[in-house]
Structures are given as C-alpha cells and as structure tokens.
Ligand binder design. Structure first.
Ligand code: S3P
Length: 441
C-alpha cells in the first residue's frame, strides 16, 4: 500500500496474510445515540469510547449548539454530556448541519418535532439532500408535527415543534432510523408511541432507552415507549463497531494465510447478519455471537478470530437484509471470490444509502474483474473462486463504505486496487488505512 496523489490510494496484495490483533473504532450507531439521548437526559451522562469520526462529531456539534454541554475527558473518546432534558433544546440562528449523517438527521427531527412553539432547520451535504426524508416526515405529521421539506420529502427540513399525539405506526420499511425517530418523538412528547417492524432492525435505541429507565417494551414485532417525563442515561460504554470490523473479517477470509483477532466488537444479534452470512459461505469465525431474538439493555461484546477460509456462494433473502444492511457490499466482494453463485434479494434500501450501493458496488467490483450484475433489489454474483479478481481502479463516490470496500478488494486482488476518494472513510473510520497497514504490512 502506498499513498498516491490527492485522496487516491493504492492497496496491493500483502506478501503474507493479514495477522495481528486490532481494536476497531467505537460503534457509530451507538455513539450517535449516546450523544442524542445524552443531550435529552436530565443528569450528567458519562460516555466511554465515543467514536470520533465525521458523522458522530457532527452529532456532538449539533447537540452542543442545541444547548448541551460536552466536556472531553482525559482518555480518547471519554465525554461527559450535560444535557438539556427532553424539553430543553434551544432555537438556533442558522440550520443544524448534519453533514453526511442520516442517523443524526432522522433521529434529531423526532426530538425537535415534539418541542411546541420552537422551530429549527436541519440540513446536510449533497448526499443527505438526495436521501429520502419522507419516511420520517410522514409518521411525524401523523403525530401532528409541522415539517416543511424540499419537494415534500428531501432536506432541508424546516421543523415547527408541536404538541404531538400518540401513534401506533406500522413501519413501511425495516429502518432503525425511522423506528428510532418515532420512538424519540413519542418519548419527547410525553405521549408515548408504538411502531411495528416488518422485519427486525438494529435495536440500539431501545436498549439504550431501557438502560436509561424509560418504559420501553417489545412484544413480537411491536415496540412501545410509554409516557415519560425525563430520562437519565447515566454511564454508557460504547463497544467496537461490527460494521467496521467487517472489513477486516472480509480481508482475513479472502487473503491466504491470514488470521486476525478483533477485540471488543459489539455482537448485538441485530447487527451480526454479515457474520452469519459469511459463516454460511464457509467462513471460520471464532467468538460468541448473541443469539437471535435476544433483548437486553446491555450491548454484548466478543473478540472475533478470523482465519482465511475457502468460500462458496449463498442466497441472502429480505428478512436477513436489515441485519446486514451496511455489510452487503462486502457480501458482494466475498461472492466474487467464492465458488458458485451469490444472490442478494430484497435489498432495495441499498439504493438510498450514502450512495446507490447497488449501482456503485456492482459497477465498482465489475471494473476490478468481478462477475456480477445489479437487480432492482440486490445483485447476483457469479463467483470465480480465489485469485479471480484482477484489480484496477474504483471510486468511493464519497461513500465511506465504498472506499473501504475498494481497499479490501485491493488486498484480495492479483494486481492491486487504486481507490479514488479514500478520504471518505473518515465518515466512520478515520484510522482505517493505518489499521489496515498494521495487520497487512
Ligand atoms: C443506522 C441504521 C441503518 C444503517 C445506518 C445506521 C442507525 O439505516 O444503514 O448506517 O444507526 O440507525 P436504516 O435505518 O435507514 O436502515
């Protein structure tokens, strides 16, 4: 690996396999929630291992502008948040800038919509402005919120807080962001809310609220938050991000001779779909995963031990998609180097991520010699086996997960890969390249 001009970087196959032990950065989803629910808390909230990356720093900046005081501790990622309480966010002169962070935009709007008599504007970068916001605007309007959106469904969003009504909302998409938005709005309104999920999605909001003493319950597919006046999050320790770990899992599986250990990784079952898919493809992965269906206020962690493994194709159906949503680009890469066909269905949500990840992944990996094609709701990969990826050049399109996918593809290729726009990785994993160098010198 060596740096090239600008933000383009080359990633070549390492001489030996990947080896070593790594602690991946803190979980992005849990960090967003720690900052937001910390800002809503009445007492001080101590956070250990907060993720400092572009997305989650945008969340800290946002809650500070809204009135929360954030003190940094001596250790990296250590914070104390003095929140403003459920009803205390202050009005601002200009818009709240969410940057590239969909989670921040969609969770924050739920909180602000429930503040009668106050108004805010939420805006973000070009990617955020192209992503669907109708999915949060719609249920909030049903609760009585007043929200103006560009073309009625895109950012910027102008939010006029109102006294909201309770809701029992069947989610039209299996989205943790929409689920969290409605639950937070129901909590901040003091009225409560229920959502019904078409398929399970990540449940960090529910677990954190349960830990904060909020009256939250799951009954089958329905999640309900009851009436509550105040929350108190207390202490939060953010575990390592399994979505960041997944890049090293994939690299170790694909590069012959590899064995890596990833410490302190969150293995909440609503996040480990990729590990189960990889195991179905033949991956050898050590570590104790949380059993499916578990619901506890604590976030489970384990050390993952991953060794190079011969892989074969698999099929991923819609029910599994939300549990592996951010790792599906890696399933495509594993599929290219596996034997046989890999099919992903029911993943149309990939089209509205930081980029259209069906198009960017299929075009990107095809340009490197992969044999795959896009479908409306996923992709079909014809695996050509180990050593079948030539290499070449891939663009990140400003999408952090595409940038890191390109780097891993380079390690697993014959001729190496140049990634244009590698800097996008900083959205979730600023130290990605140096961590990769540490295990694949
Ligand atoms: C996230 C939920 C997922 C995921 C995103 C983070 C979250 O999005 O893709 O990276 O933190 O709630 P959706 O809820 O839109 O599926």
């Amino acid at each position: 690996m060596s740096a090239a001009a600008g933000t383009a970087m080359r990633f070549d196959p390492p001489a030996g396999g990947l080896s070593g032990t790594l602690r991946v950065p803190a979980d992005k989803s849990i960090s967003h929630r720690a900052a937001l629910l910390g800002a809503m808390s009445s007492g001080p909230v101590r956070v250990r291992n907060y993720l400092h990356a572009a997305d989650t720093d945008a969340t800290l900046a946002a809650v500070q502008r809204l009135g929360a005081q954030v003190d940094r501790g001596a250790a990296p990622g250590e914070l104390t948040i003095h929140g403003v309480g459920l009803h205390g966010p202050r009005e601002l002169d200009g818009p709240v800038d969410v940057g590239n962070a969909g989670t921040l935009m969609r969770l924050l709007v739920g909180w602000l919509a429930a503040q009668p008599g106050r108004a805010w504007t939420l805006d973000g970068d070009a990617s955020i402005r192209s992503r669907p916001m109708g999915r949060v605007v719609e249920p909030l309007r049903q609760m009585g919120a007043r929200i103006d959106a560009r073309d009625d469904r895109f950012a910027p969003l102008a939010v006029h807080g109102e006294r909201l009504l309770p809701i029992d909302y069947p989610l039209p998409v299996a989205s943790a962001q929409v689920k969290s938005c409605v639950l937070i709005a129901g909590m901040a309104s003091g009225q409560g809310a229920s959502v019904v999920e078409p398929q399970p999605s990540r449940d960090h909001t529910e677990r954190m609220l349960a830990a904060a003493g909020a009256p939250i319950e799951r009954a089958g597919a329905r999640v309900t938050i009851g009436r509550v006046d105040a929350i108190d999050l207390g202490d939060v320790a953010v575990p390592g991000d399994v979505s960041s770990a997944a890049f090293f899992v994939a690299a170790a599986l694909l590069v012959p001779g590899s064995c890596v250990v990833l410490e302190d990784v969150n293995v909440n079952w609503t996040r480990t779909g990729f590990l189960r898919i990889a195991e179905r493809m033949g991956a050898r992965i050590g570590g104790e995963l949380e059993p499916a269906g578990a619901f506890a206020p604590v976030e489970p962690v384990t050390a993952l031990e991953v060794g190079h493994s011969p892989l074969h194709g698999t099929t991923v159906e819609a029910g599994e998609v939300p549990l592996a949503i951010d790792e599906l680009p890696l399933v495509a890469l594993l599929g290219c180097l596996a034997e046989g066909e890999t099919v992903v269905r029911g993943a149309q949500e990939l089209r509205v991520k930081e980029s259209d990840r069906i198009a960017t992944v299929v075009d990107g990996l095809s340009a490197l010699g992969g044999d795959l094609e896009a479908t409306e709701d996923g992709f079909v990969v014809r695996g050509r086996g180990p050593g079948s990826l030539r290499g070449g050049r891939i663009a990140s399109h400003g999408d952090h997960r595409l940038a890191m996918l390109g780097a891993v593809a380079g390690l697993a290729s014959r001729e190496g890969v140049e990634v244009a726009g590698m800097d996008a990785a900083a959205v979730s994993y600023p130290g990605f390249v140096s961590d990769l160098r540490a295990v694949a010198p």
